[in-house]
Structure formats: structure tokens, C-alpha cells
Design a protein around this ligand. Structure first.
Ligand code: F6P
Length: 411
């Protein structure tokens, strides 16, 4: 059978658990064996301690599914209970674990990622990827579904591109047998964009963005009422790395008075320009001022714009009582909103379909959504375009950067 491993990588985002649940269930439904990799690339590089190489667990029973027998492992939720307590439930030293239908029960509504994630320096080196390949082969895994941001997904593509040479090296150094080398001559991969930043080219939405936006809007609604009470101005800094997607969507959603985004930077005289606009609003009776700042905000000379700079400017030039709030990780955590749950479920299904149908000739795909349709995008092209956006910003080619954020660009 095809053995599909599912992992999450990079910064967590709401909906990742729903995506893992969907991919695990779809893999089992399709007759494949399902595995999860705990702690992202870090877990794949570490693999399983000697004695538990196969990543197998002994099923406690079988349920009859649609034409397939589904392994079950007792009362379910083993991984969920075990995430912080790997020792107690026998997962210590085991990062690649066979899972059954009931293991992912109840995962739809959980925030974060229950199988863990990590940013892994070792995987960026060939030696790390060699270990990862060895660990996948030891467990007999021939398909990998990864949910993460552009960095994680380019790592996935790299692993696939190098796969033949990694297998050859493992064989030449007697780390795997000839039979294993033959059986694992190719690796099937697919990606799911999981990132709150909304910066991935080619998809209208990435997993976690709707939830993060909802958190931001709720927070700013709360800030607005206190701001209005005291006639204060607030600067609210939101996440997004080099992307202004969260900031601009939040600004529309709350009717903000001013927004700073990296893709459309203000001139170096932004202080005067901003205060002119905000002053006019105060004159016509507005009691509060809300300025939203993307964390990657810059001016047109690429100087970073910081929340404290904006706050001081509001106090000095606008002469209002001003506060700043950096929302931070509250934006990333908590229960996924319905939109993320639906997106995760549909993408998990399609990611498994993509690996089940993959041949050595087909490109690696990342699953996205465009015009309400789940689509397979060529992974490497989409990652390349995502990186080009930052390059254009660095070269002050802001229109080009914005054009590349437009999903229509990938044909
Ligand atoms: O990429 C997701 C993200 O939340 C960014 O918006 C933010 O800049 C970064 O991750 C924060 O990373 P960390 O969780 O490592 O502080």
C-alpha cells in the first residue's frame, strides 16, 4: 500500500489540525496507511529510536469503512493526549507514528498543531535531509503531505528534487538495502499552504488567515470602544512578516483611519501626510483614531516604521492621547473559524488525492483555492513567485510586488 505521512511545519496556524485530520482520514479511506510526523522537519530528521523504526502500532481493532478496514487504536485521541507527555504514552523517541481513524477524532476545532511543529536548521543542510530520507524509508513511507508556509514548502520540494541522489547515497553507504532503494526510487509529495500571513502567491487564501483576521478584528473592536471613550488614538501592530494582507483586510473590516502595508509604502514624509488625514477626521467629529501597522511596514526608502514611531508622532503632531498595542501571538492561536475548517478539510482531501495520483513525472503540487475552487498549483513556481514579492519590495518595485500577490498571475 501507499504509506502517506502528514506533517505540519513552520509557524502554526489555525486549521492545521483540521487539515491533518482530513488528510489522515482521506488516506485511510483510499486504502493507504496513514502516519503523522511529530514536530515538523525536526521530527523527520530525528526519526524513531532503534526498536520502533517501523513507526507501527498494534491496532486494537478494525472498523469497516467504505470498502476498507480502518485500523483503530482504542479510545482514540492518543496523540492528542500525548503531545506534551510523550514519555507516558510510549511516544518518547518516536516521531513517525502510524495513526488510525480515531486518533484524529475531535481535531477539527483544536487550535495550533497537535502533532507539533518546529523550525529546523538541520533540514536545511543536505546531511539533515539525508537523515530525513533514511527515516522515511525505514518506515516504508513513500508519500509526504506537508502543511506550512513558503519556507516549509520549499523544503518539501527540495527533498523531492534531491530524492534520487539521497537514496543513492544511502544505498552506497549501506544505510539502506538494495530492495529498499528500489522500492523507494521516488517520493510523492504535496503541500498545503498553512500560514496566517496570507503571503503565498497563487492562492486566494491560506490556512489560518481567516482565523487570524477574525482575532485581529475582535481585538480592534475592543480597542475601538475604549479609544472612543477617551478620544484616544491607537496604533495596532499586526503580524504578517513582509505581507500587508492581514493589515489591509483588518483595516477594511474595522474601518480603520490609516494603514501601513509594506507593498504600498508611504513616502518618507509619512508623518505629515498621515496627520493631515487624521486631523481632518477629528475636525469632523471623530472621537477615536485607529492606525493599523503591518509588522513589516516600511517607508518608500525601505526604512522600517515602528509602532512607537507612529504613536509618538500622533502625540506630538496630532496632539492626542495615543497608545500602541502589538497584538502578537494572540492572532495565531485559538480555535479555527468555520472558513479555516472548511478550507483545511477540502485541502487535506485534495493533498491526499494529489499524492495518490502522483507519478515520477508529475510536478510537486501545493493545494490552494482560487475562485472558490480547490486547485493544484505547481509548488516550485508558487514558492518562487512568493519570494519574488519580497525581492521586488527590496528593489522598490512596489507595483510589481502587488501584481505578484495577485493569484491570477500563476497560469
Ligand atoms: O509566519 C507566521 C508568523 O506568525 C509571522 O506573522 C510572524 O512574523 C512570525 O510568524 C512570528 O514567528 P515566531 O512565532 O517565531 O515568533
Amino acid at each position: 500500500p501507499i504509506k502517506v505521512a502528514v506533517m505540519t511545519s513552520g509557524g502554526d496556524s489555525a486549521g492545521m489540525n483540521a487539515a491533518v485530520r482530513s488528510a489522515v482520514k482521506m488516506a485511510i479511506y483510499k486504502g493507504a496507511h496513514a502516519y503523522v510526523i511529530r514536530e515538523g522537519w525536526e521530527g523527520l530528521v530525528r526519526g524513531n529510536e532503534a526498536g520502533s523504526e517501523e513507526g507501527q502500532r498494534t491496532p486494537t481493532g478494525y472498523a469497516k469503512g467504505n470498502d476498507v478496514f480502518i485500523p483503530t487504536y482504542g479510545e482514540g485521541d492518543l496523540l492528542r493526549e500525548g503531545v506534551g507527555e510523550a514519555d507516558e504514552i510510549g511516544l518518547k523517541g518516536r516521531y513517525i507514528v502510524r495513526v488510525g481513524w480515531d486518533d484524529v477524532r475531535g481535531w477539527m476545532s483544536e487550535g495550533g498543531t497537535l502533532i507539533g511543529t518546529a523550525r529546523c536548521a538541520e533540514f536545511r543542510e543536505r546531511s539533515g535531509r539525508l537523515k530525513a530520507a533514511k527515516n522515511l524509508i525505514s518506515c516504508g513511507i513513500n508519500a509526504l503531505v506537508c502543511c506550512g508556509g513558503d519556507g516549509s514548502l520549499s523544503g518539501l520540494d527540495r527533498l523531492r528534487q534531491e530524492w534520487s541522489s539521497l537514496v543513492k547515497e544511502l544505498h552506497d553507504t549501506n544505510k539502506i538495502t538494495s530492495k529498499q532503494a528500489e522500492k523507494h526510487s521516488s517520493l510523492r509529495v504535496s503541500g498545503i499552504v498553512g500560514s496566517i500571513d496570507g503571503d503565498f502567491s497563487g492562492t486566494d487564501l491560506s490556512l489560518g488567515f481567516p482565523t487570524a483576521l477574525t482575532r485581529i478584528v475582535e481585538a480592534i473592536d475592543s480597542i475601538s470602544s475604549t479609544a472612543s471613550s477617551h478620544q484616544r488614538a491607537f496604533v495596532v501592530e499586526v503580524m504578517g512578516r513582509a505581507s500587508g494582507a492581514l493589515a489591509s483586510s483588518a483595516a477594511i473590516s474595522v474601518g480603520a483611519d490609516y494603514v501601513f502595508v509594506p507593498e504600498r509604502p508611504p513616502s518618507v514624509n509619512w508623518r505629515d501626510e498621515m496627520c493631515d488625514i487624521l486631523r481632518r477626521q477629528r475636525i469632523v467629529g471623530k472621537r477615536r483614531t485607529i492606525v493599523i501597522l503591518a509588522e513589516g511596514a516600511i517607508d518608500s526608502d525601505l526604512n522600517p516604521i515602528k509602532a512607537e514611531d507612529v504613536r509618538l508622532c500622533l502625540e506630538k503632531q496630532l496632539q492626542v492621547d495615543a497608545r500602541s498595542t502589538i497584538l502578537g501571538h494572540v492572532q495565531r492561536g485559538g480555535k479555527p473559524v468555520a472558513e479555516d475548517r472548511i478550507l483545511a478539510t477540502l485541502q487535506g482531501v485534495e493533498a491526499v488525492n494529489a499524492v495518490m495520483e502522483a507519478t515520477p513525472e508529475t510536478p510537486s503540487y501545493v493545494i490552494g483555492i482560487r475562485d472558490d475552487t480547490i486547485v493544484r498549483l505547481p509548488l516550485i513556481e508558487a514558492v518562487k513567485q512568493t519570494h519574488q514579492v519580497s525581492e521586488h519590495i527590496q528593489n522598490k518595485q512596489f507595483d510589481k510586488a502587488l501584481a505578484l500577490r495577485d493569484p491570477e498571475f500563476i497560469e
